[in-house]
Design a binder for this molecule. Structure first.
Ligand SMILES: Cc1cc2nc3c(=O)[nH]c(=O)nc-3n(C[C@H](O)[C@H](O)[C@H](O)COP(=O)(O)O)c2cc1C
Length: 351
């Protein structure tokens, strides 16, 4: 880290300070660094740009945008939980046209790598949002938030069934420029996340974003009623990190070549490293931004340190590293033997 810099990322040359090659490719999406903002936790990144140079992280994943403006769910929409947060914002937003005119224009002018998150209540709505974005251009990828209720099918969440998840990805693919990478954002609230990942990949997704929030609920013991007006909400923050790591691991294990953007409870570079070792090609940072707006830049700097201290010279060397075959006969009780560990890193890299 650069010692004198207090506001993160305001030093003039970011690439020069890093001893680790931080570039990463998530399918056809090339990033200068692996940390992104998670959808819904940093709007379009404009406010965060007051705290650090937003162009110095991998990119911004915008709040999910729908066709028309929406005011979201009734309040209260947030509740604290141990090591987490429950929200039922309900995809509040200005609608795709206003988004293109204001947020996308700002992101483009600022030179931010932009992943636009889109949502809808029907396949038709997803298609219309994608088509409007195709005409506008000026972004780098689409994240398809399929964790929305399907208004045409009893409110069933698209991401919870392989066929509906695939249908939405197909429609978005059909209505988007062929060169634009598409990431399907998966819900952990399923029996077999690998089945959903396979089906969206077959439907044309470049990769997957894993994970969205888990469905949760809090009862207010004073009012003795649900704490959220929407009754249930999405659980995020450190409480869900082991679930996220498990989902990333399972998908990487089954689909070794599928690009993965990992997220869920990342607060430090150490947390981000865990996701990378499990198989994430990039990591999004969400809830922690609410109490530390400079978190994405700080986490990126911490990750660089975590990688360097383990002998990695390139970020890509660490991706999926936890999946390597380990020769059990070499596991002697010398946990501080750094030289042995570095050799192991190089064996894996040269495979
Ligand atoms: C307040 C809030 C709003 C969110 N809005 C969206 C959204 O619009 N679209 C989406 O795909 N995910 C949304 N998410 C989910 C996050 O992008 C992320 O997947 C999840 O919170 C797990 O990461 P975290 O624990 O780092 O926050 C939201 C999360 C929170 C806490």
């Amino acid at each position: 880290m650069t010692g004198a810099v207090i506001v993160y990322g305001r030093s003039s040359d970011h690439s020069a300070k890093s001893a680790v090659d931080f570039t990463t490719s998530v399918g056809s999406l090339d990033l200068i660094a692996p940390i992104l903002t998670a959808s819904g936790c940093a709007a379009s990144g404009r406010e965060l740009d007051n705290y650090f140079d937003i162009t110095a992280i991998g990119g911004v994943v915008t709040k999910s945008i729908m066709l028309a403006p929406r005011s979201g769910r009734a309040t209260p929409r947030m509740a604290e939980t141990p090591s987490g947060m429950l929200n039922s914002i309900g995809l509040q937003g200005p609608g795709v046209e206003s988004f293109i005119e204001n947020d996308l224009a700002w992101l483009q002018q600022r030179g931010v790598k932009t992943i636009v998150s889109i949502a809808g209540g029907s396949a038709e709505e997803f298609g219309k949002v994608a088509a409007k974005l195709r005409v506008a251009g000026g972004f780098d990828a689409i994240e398809v938030n399929i964790s929305c209720p399907n208004v045409e099918d009893r409110g069933q969440v698209f991401a919870c069934r392989a066929d509906t998840a695939a249908q939405i990805v197909q429609v978005v693919r059909r209505n988007s420029d062929n060169r634009i990478p598409i990431f399907a954002k998966l819900s952990p609230d399923v029996t077999d996340i690998v089945e959903i990942a396979s089906s969206v990949a077959q439907a044309g997704a470049t990769g997957v974003s894993v994970i969205n929030t888990l469905l949760g609920m809090v009862i207010d013991t004073n009012s003795m009623r649900p704490a959220l007006a929407g009754v249930t909400g999405g659980l995020s923050g450190p409480a869900i990190r082991p679930v996220a790591v498990r989902c990333i691991w399972q998908i990487r294990n089954a689909l070794p070549d599928l690009p993965i953007i990992g997220m869920g409870g990342v607060r430090t570079g150490h947390d981000a490293l865990e996701m990378v070792l499990a198989g994430a090609n990039a990591v999004s940072v969400g809830t922690t931004i609410f109490n530390d707006p400079s978190a994405p830049m700080r986490i990126q700097d911490e990750l660089e340190h975590e990688l360097r201290s383990r002998g990695f010279t390139k970020f890509s060397q660490a991706v999926s590293y936890a999946h390597r075959e380990v020769d059990r006969t070499l596991q002697i009780d010398t946990p501080t033997d750094a030289a042995d560990h570095t050799d192991e890193v190089w064996d894996f890299i040269s495979e």
